[in-house]
Write a protein that binds this ligand. Structure first.
Ligand SMILES: Cc1cc2nc3c(=O)[nH]c(=O)nc-3n(C[C@H](O)[C@H](O)[C@H](O)COP(=O)(O)OP(=O)(O)OC[C@H]3O[C@@H](n4cnc5c(N)ncnc54)[C@H](O)[C@@H]3O)c2cc1C
Ligand code: SF4
Length: 496
């Protein structure tokens, strides 16, 4: 708990966001931290609620309840309120290897389950986490030893993929004494933290700082080493005692649109990866078709990926911006089937939409609308899209189904269309090479959702490759728990 009466005394404070959209947009991180006084008063709002849900880490009705990592939020808040930042950070690290990431980009299911949130604004748990991470970054000597293993085994484990699941698996396996090598197909480490989440949300220097931490703790990273391509998968199994597969769920889900193969229609990840590569490397070749500058841009989809496309297109100087989502507008407050402490399914105006509103004076989102066709110019590049309203009707089984209404559809100018309608699961080539079974959704199968052993002995899986496209905090939890199961398996195999 913080201060027993703190929630009555202090309102919730959002960390200051700079620069504001009106001051000009750029790719520098926009989130600024609480100062110590803010952090303490915000932690003071934690109210000794008795049975906290903020750290529960469970799923109810398909929604997250509390922090999936099980962070000890009330204790962390109490220590922060008392100004014991070193102890608070250490308490955080008991369950969580990388507050660097979640303090910046976690959607904070903990806050959706905060008891104070039933009647008031919840405790600003994520911003307090960010404050503690910044405190630790400013005092590296105090915390460097937390990454070091106490003892070493003579066993070798390969982690495939360096997204949050791979980084967490590597961190815990190393902490448990295993010798860890991370094989990453891309030219930079971090997975979607590097080439998905844009730099203004998560600075790429932060991702590299975490990787440096892991290297200093003894983990080896092999970049540009795609397993199943230049690195033979069976060779890897011969060389290592176990593998942990953390290859994500990158296959884009592309809607079937008449004219949808024209130039200018791109999956969101192609666009976002290009934007980050250009930002990090001035010599990376420019591709005008992947730039939003001076164009009428449509983003199709909802969620983080769509928001990141909106914000990136704004920074590139889009002439106009429209975000289409085929579902109805979410409610402002919780609906009857979405009670506390479930994660709130309510209208969220994220940073990209806020920036668009500030720049263009209107919300870029249009709900219950979809693109049903596109027309191209003489070069085969998209020049306009046909946008139709969508109505939802119950079918014979009572399930709501979308119906496009072409009669009222209108042609609208568009030179860039970014598809952010989700992901269809992991790349199946490596799964086939390793002979791994998949579940009905095409993800790597395990016996239960909390077991990480695949159908092949010595091969474990974690993150989006296991649970489908999800969140950083779930990838971290899966990487942590898969590492522990892998370590236990190796101990049992060695007769310990
Ligand atoms: C644009 C975007 C924005 C997002 N924003 C947020 C957000 O704000 N907050 C949030 O919580 N979540 C967000 N997410 C979701 C989050 O990023 C993912 O859930 C998370 O990164 C999954 O982690 P992972 O480690 O399982 O996979 P990934 O991050 O996808 O990492 C997989 C890694 O494996 C590598 N790899 C794949 N195959 C091979 C191979 N054969 N050999 C070697 N390496 C291989 C890939 O190159 C990649 O580096 C976002 C996702 C996207 C796409
Ligand atoms: S990791 Fe995310 S869910 Fe967990 S306490 Fe931090 S902000 Fe909340």
């Amino acid at each position: 708990m913080g201060k027993p009466t703190g929630f009555l005394e202090y309102p919730r404070l959002e960390p200051v966001r700079q620069p504001s959209a009106t001051q000009g947009l750029n790719f520098a991180e926009f989130m600024y931290l609480f100062n110590p006084s803010d952090a303490r008063t915000q932690a003071a709002r934690c109210m000794d609620c008795g049975i906290p849900f903020c750290h529960a880490g469970i799923q109810l009705d398909g929604a997250s309840v509390g922090c999936p990592l099980g962070n000890m939020v009330p204790e962390i808040n109490d220590l922060t309120y008392r100004g014991k930042y070193t102890e608070a950070y250490r308490r955080l690290r008991l369950t969580h290897p990388f507050p660097e990431f979640t303090g910046r980009i976690c959607p904070a299911p903990c806050e959706g389950s905060c008891t104070l949130g039933e009647h008031e604004q919840p405790v600003a748990i994520k911003a307090i986490e960010r404050f503690l991470d910044d405190y630790a970054a400013a005092h590296p000597r105090q915390f460097g030893h937390l990454d070091q293993p106490e003892a070493r085994t003579d066993r070798k484990v390969a982690v495939i993929g360096s997204g949050p699941a791979g980084l967490a698996a590597a961190y815990y396996l190393n902490a448990l004494g295993e010798q860890v090598t991370v094989f990453e197909g891309a030219d930079r480490p971090g997975g979607l933290l590097m080439y998905g989440v844009p730099a203004m949300k998560l600075g790429k220097d932060v991702v590299l700082r975490v990787v440096q931490r892991l290297e200093a703790a003894g983990i080896e990273f092999k970049l540009e080493s795609p397993v199943g391509d230049t690195v033979d998968a069976e060779w890897l199994l011969e060389q290592f005692d176990a593998l942990v597969l953390c290859t994500g769920a990158p296959l884009p889900r592309m809607p079937n649109i008449e004219g949808g193969t024209l130039k200018g229609f791109y999956p969101a990840m192609l666009y976002l990866t290009y934007a980050t590569k250009r930002l990090l490397d001035p010599h990376f070749p420019a591709q005008a078709e992947l730039e939003a500058t001076g164009k009428d841009v449509f983003v199709v989809g909802n969620g983080d990926t769509a928001t990141d496309c909106v914000a990136t297109a704004l920074r590139q100087g889009a002439r106009s911006l429209t975000q289409l989502y085929y579902r109805n507008k979410p409610p402002i407050g919780r609906g009857p089937r979405n009670p506390w402490p479930l994660y709130p399914r309510v209208l969220k105006t994220d940073y990209g939409q806020q920036e668009a509103i500030a720049l263009f004076g209107c919300d870029p989102r249009e709900y219950a609308r979809n693109i049903i066709a596109a027309k191209g110019d003489a070069n085969g590049s998209v020049e306009s899209v046909l946008v139709a309203d969508v109505e939802w009707h119950k079918d014979a089984e009572g399930l709501l189904r979308p119906h496009c209404l072409p009669a009222d559809a209108r042609w609208r100018p568009a030179q860039l269309v970014l598809i952010a309608t989700g992901f269809a699961g992991p790349d199946r080539r490596l799964l086939k090479l390793l002979g791994l079974e998949t579940d009905v959704r095409g993800n790597v199968a395990t016996q239960r959702s909390d077991s990480y052993a695949t159908s092949r002995r010595r091969v474990f899986v974690a993150g989006d490759a296991h649970r489908g496209s999800s969140l950083v905090v779930w990838a971290l939890k899966e990487g942590r728990d898969a590492a522990r199961q892998c370590h236990q398996y190796l101990n049992e195999s060695a007769g310990h």
